[in-house]
Design a protein around this ligand. Structure first.
Ligand code: UDP
Length: 458
């Protein structure tokens, strides 16, 4: 049994939907290359998985503790307290896991792959003499900005109206991750936390990035001069890209319940490219005023819409929204996003520009209307609009609200205008390039093969 595997990796993701998805997908790619993957998540996160009973995976799962086994992040008094306790208790319990003798016929763990949001995992891996591979779940552009802060080559507060940094497009202050400009000072703890990723990255044997060389080649080339960086993305299930891993057609883990059949049946009879898909990811919480404007704008367009409104956001909707939306709109609490984006009926994605959502839309050729909420989403939008040219920026008023009239104009621009057609053509171009990158011999495929070959020799 042990002979079947060339190496054995422990993968330690940050416990949230947008971070677990890419690492779990990467585990499947590793196993396809005969590297055993064991996925390690906090017990508190395991309890939030809604599809545990139907969950089938050949990936081995283990749990550690974040210090809040019963409630996870929500049980902590603050974000800062959670990070500190997770670092302390996580280090202890991960060490205990690595100390445990393997008695299941698997080869001993020789490599630990960790989300850069958890830099302490590298220290634990090194204590055990293991290969340590950092895994970046944000774009290389965003990571390079936090690295510049760490190095002091970008200083806060930003005073210039144009920011010129090596191998990045010219940025306006509002293109920076929100913690650095638009919400500067509001999340100072997050700021430290994101910069801290780089405290020990020089000790990592590998730096893997869920990005694609062709999307960000200039900044990737620059980062590769400093670290053994390899782009291995996008980590979408294989059946949406190269189709080489037959049973890989889903992200597998959901912390929200989804009625997949309802969404797909509703899309089924809609004509090609007539549906607007609207989602703000797993974390964003919009103001009630913003939700009302979106609702009234969507109802007032000529377009069908499928809108994901998580249960915690539902109370902000107009009371009679479901009756008014009737046939034209479907509002669900969660949906199978990849199946929706790859459905021929979907013509445009109104998105918060989370990195996974942006990569998914690019990979599936769907133009976007960007309504960023916080964090790296503002920077992802800059790339979507000005670098990849596959979307537009939704204009906000002085209160930071996207008004219904503006939303309607954006929808018209993407779904009906000549500029919209260009964006669709660009999106299809990226779809092909990204597909090639993960297919045999493509940039991400070669990087993965190199990583596997090297860790198999250790
Ligand atoms: N997602 C999903 N169904 C939904 C909404 C989102 O499966 O109804 C998935 C989406 O495909 C993506 C992830 O949740 O993989 C969200 O990650 P992203 O980085 O876009 O945003 P975050 O949730 O981290 O803000």
């Amino acid at each position: 049994m042990a002979k079947q595997w060339k190496a054995h990796c422990l993968l330690v993701p940050h416990p949230s939907q947008g971070h677990v998805n890419p690492m779990l997908q990467f585990s499947k790619r590793l196993q396809h290359h005969k590297v055993k993957a064991t996925f390690v998540i906090p017990r508190s996160f395991w309890k939030t998985i809604t599809n545990q009973s139907t969950f089938k995976s050949s990936i081995a799962f283990e749990t550690i503790s974040d210090g809040y086994d019963e409630g996870g992040r929500k049980a902590a008094e603050s974000g800062e307290a959670y990070v500190e306790r997770f670092r302390k208790v996580g280090s202890q319990t991960l060490s205990e896991l690595l100390d445990k003798p393997s008695n299941n016929g698997l080869p001993p763990v020789n490599c630990v792959i960790y989300d850069t949001f958890l830099p302490w995992v590298l220290d634990v891996a090194k204590k055990f003499g293991l290969i340590g591979a950092a895994f970046m779940t944000q774009s290389c552009t965003v990571n390079s900005l936090f690295f510049h802060l760490h190095q002091g080559t970008l200083e806060l507060p930003v005073k210039e109206s144009k920011i010129l940094l090596p191998h990045l497009p010219e940025l306006e202050p509002s293109d920076l991750p929100s913690f650095l400009y638009l919400q500067y000072g509001m999340y100072s703890f997050f700021w430290d936390y994101l910069v801290e990723h780089f405290s020990n990255i020089g000790k990592a044997d590998w730096v893997l990035s869920n990005s694609v060389y062709e999307l960000e080649h200039q900044v990737v080339d620059w980062m590769r001069k400093m670290w053994p960086l390899r782009t291995i993305g996008p980590t979408l299930p294989s059946m949406f890209l190269d189709k080489r891993i037959q049973d890989d057609d889903d992200y597998d883990i959901n912390i929200f319940k989804s009625n997949n059949d309802l969404c797909l049946e509703w899309l089924h009879d809609k004509p090609k490219s007539t549906v607007l898909y609207v989602s703000f990811g797993s974390i964003a919480s919009l103001s009630e005023e913003q939700m009302q404007e979106l609702a009234l704008g969507l109802i007032d367009t000529d377009t069908y819409f499928l809108w994901v409104v998580r249960e915690s956001e539902e109370a902000k909707l107009p009371k009679n929204i479901l009756e008014i939306a009737s046939e034209k709109g479907l509002i669900v609490r969660w949906c199978p996003q990849l199946r929706v984006l790859s459905h021929k009926a979907v013509g445009c994605f109104v998105t918060h520009c989370g990195w996974n959502s942006a990569l998914e839309a690019l990979s599936l050729g769907v133009p976007m209307i960007g309504v960023p909420n916080w964090s790296d989403q503002t920077t992802n939008l800059k790339d979507i609009v000005d670098v990849w040219k596959v979307g537009i920026r939704a204009p906000m008023d002085q209160k930071g609200i996207l008004r219904r009239e503006m939303l309607k104009n954006c929808i018209k621009e993407v779904m009906e205008s000549e500029k919209g057609k260009e964006m669709k053509n660009n999106a299809m171009k990226w779809k092909n390039l990204i597909g090639n990158s993960v297919d045999e011999g493509g940039s991400s495929d070669q990087n993965l093969a190199e990583f596997v070959a090297k860790i198999s020799q250790h």
